[in-house]
Design a protein around this ligand. Structure first.
Ligand SMILES: [Zn+2]
Ligand SMILES: [Zn+2]
Length: 483
């Protein structure tokens, strides 16, 4: 290698550096070294601003800052599913799609043609669920669920999830867990929207204090339908503040197809639903609906139910106490009775009861449809006074036998419950927790979808707590509980 080639590269670099210093000092070939952009002219609501970057040589360059509002959150536009922001300077509004976090509760959207949907005819719809803990998009079958009040302007919906014709299971929020479907309940008579869920939770707490290991004890709320508030939209239209509730069918009640399983629903006030007369073959017109039997033999479930009615009818005193457990779960039945007195549920004393059996012999009454609780009458237009639904007036033949033969047991049980979940403080805690999920904006939008019934200034959490306090005092006196 020659000396020339060895030194050529370093020499070239030296010459380049020399030339560039020479060029700078001559004021030619200056390369700007721009500093960071800094605010120069603040934008306003209507005029763009500027920011500036400067070089050491004194040159400056500019770039535009687009017009800028000072947006703050103003309100939730529940009807249009939006969060609305307003500029504090000029009043310009800007909307963003309402999120569940802003709403404070899950949002359910149903989409698709619903013209053929009735209580018998289910229709396929798309469903989007945006929960606080989980979300999903699926297809589903939906039908109207108001069994007895299909004329109510706000409908209940039964939702069955499916995916390509196969059942589809999702995880719901809270303690509801896995489900292949659920009910969307409008709580049409109850503008507080608190009663059905609050009451189910209270029944669950009551029933769970029994030291039992039956199928019912493993269900959320021991079979009473748990739920939570949701906003429901159908094809973009706001239907209202609903509650999403566990479906009260065989799966919701933990049935597995074992022989003997059956569910009846007392849906009317009849001689049969008050357990005074047995069902005939025409039972569908006698206030009792057969919801499920594990086998094809519907008659077996009806016969078993009739054996219970006949037993209650002909046995009093010792004979009743001796044999009642062969036909009815006495502990759960006493709990259901005390729960109904506690909540002043005048519409649940003989109807709105699910009669459930897991073995085809022993029936368990589960309170159902709990909107008319804490004194609210079935029509949603007025309240009954505390003490109106009283153990002094047995409303059905089973409770008549209880009042004759089980007064001591009922009093003992009341005392036990008073040392447990049945306190004003506990009821108030659950009620306020639910109520706290529902913002004023949601209340206002929901009220706009209701045209009748007691409105929120009367039907609210304060009424529930006040009713609970007075009714508990009444029952304490009746059952001789001193605390
Ligand atoms: Zn420069
Ligand atoms: Zn502005």
């Amino acid at each position: 290698m020659s000396k020339i080639r060895k030194y050529a590269a370093p020499l070239a670099l030296f010459l380049l550096a020399f030339l560039s210093v020479f060029a700078t000092s001559c004021g030619r070939e200056h390369v700007h070294e721009w500093g960071p952009y800094e605010p120069f002219l603040e934008p306003t609501c209507f005029v763009a601003g500027q920011e500036r970057s400067v070089c050491s040589c004194g040159k400056a360059r500019y770039r535009e800052i687009s017009v800028s509002h000072n947006f703050v959150k103003d309100r939730l536009d529940i009807e249009n599913r939006a969060t609305v922001y307003v500029c504090t300077v000029c009043g310009t509004e800007q909307s963003e799609r309402l999120t569940t976090d802003e709403a404070g509760m899950p949002i359910v959207s149903l989409d698709g043609p619903v013209s053929g949907m009735t209580s018998e005819n289910r229709v396929p719809l798309g469903i989007s669920y945006e929960g606080l803990e989980s979300s999903f998009d699926a297809s589903c079958f939906a039908r109207i669920e108001n069994r007895f009040s299909p004329s109510f302007p706000r409908k209940d919906y039964a939702i069955e999830l499916e995916d390509g014709g196969e059942p589809y299971t999702v995880t719901l929020d809270g303690k509801l867990g896995e489900a292949g479907g659920f009910s969307l309940i409008a709580n049409y008579i109850d503008s507080s929207s608190l009663r059905n869920v609050l009451s189910a939770k209270i029944y669950g707490e009551i029933a769970k204090t029994r030291d039992k290991d039956d199928k019912m004890s493993r269900l959320v709320n021991c079979g009473a339908t748990d739920g939570y508030p949701v906003l429901v939209y159908l094809n973009g239209e706001f239907l209202g503040l609903y509650t999403l509730n566990v479906t009260e069918d065989e799966s919701g009640l933990g049935m597995t197809g074992d022989p003997g399983e059956a569910i009846l629903f007392a849906n009317g006030y009849t001689d049969q639903s008050i357990l005074r007369a047995p069902l005939s073959d025409n039972y569908e017109h006698e206030g009792i609906e057969l919801i499920y039997t594990s086998g094809d033999d519907k008659g077996a479930a009806i016969d078993s139910f009739n054996r219970m009615i006949n037993f209650i009818d002909v046995n009093a005193g010792f004979a009743f106490k001796h044999g009642a457990g062969g036909h009815v779960d006495v502990e759960r039945a006493i709990d259901g009775m005390l729960f109904t007195y506690l909540t002043g549920a005048v519409d649940n004393v003989s109807k709105n009861i699910l009669w459930v059996t897991y073995d085809g012999e022993v029936w368990i009454p589960v309170p159902h449809n709990l909107s008319g609780t804490w004194g609210l009458k079935w029509d949603g237009d007025e309240f009954i006074s505390p003490g109106t639904v009283s153990p002094g007036h047995p409303y059905n033949e089973l409770w008549r036998r209880f009042s004759e033969s089980y007064f001591y047991e009922a009093s003992q049980r009341w005392a036990e419950l008073r040392r447990g979940p049945v306190t004003v403080e506990n009821i108030e805690r659950i009620a306020r927790e639910l109520d706290g999920m529902i913002s004023g904006d949601v209340r206002d939008a929901d009220a706009a979808t209701r045209s009748e019934h007691l409105t929120a200034d009367k039907n609210n959490v304060e009424q529930i707590i006040s009713f609970a306090r007075e009714n508990i005092a009444y029952l304490d006196e009746y059952y001789g509980y001193i605390g």
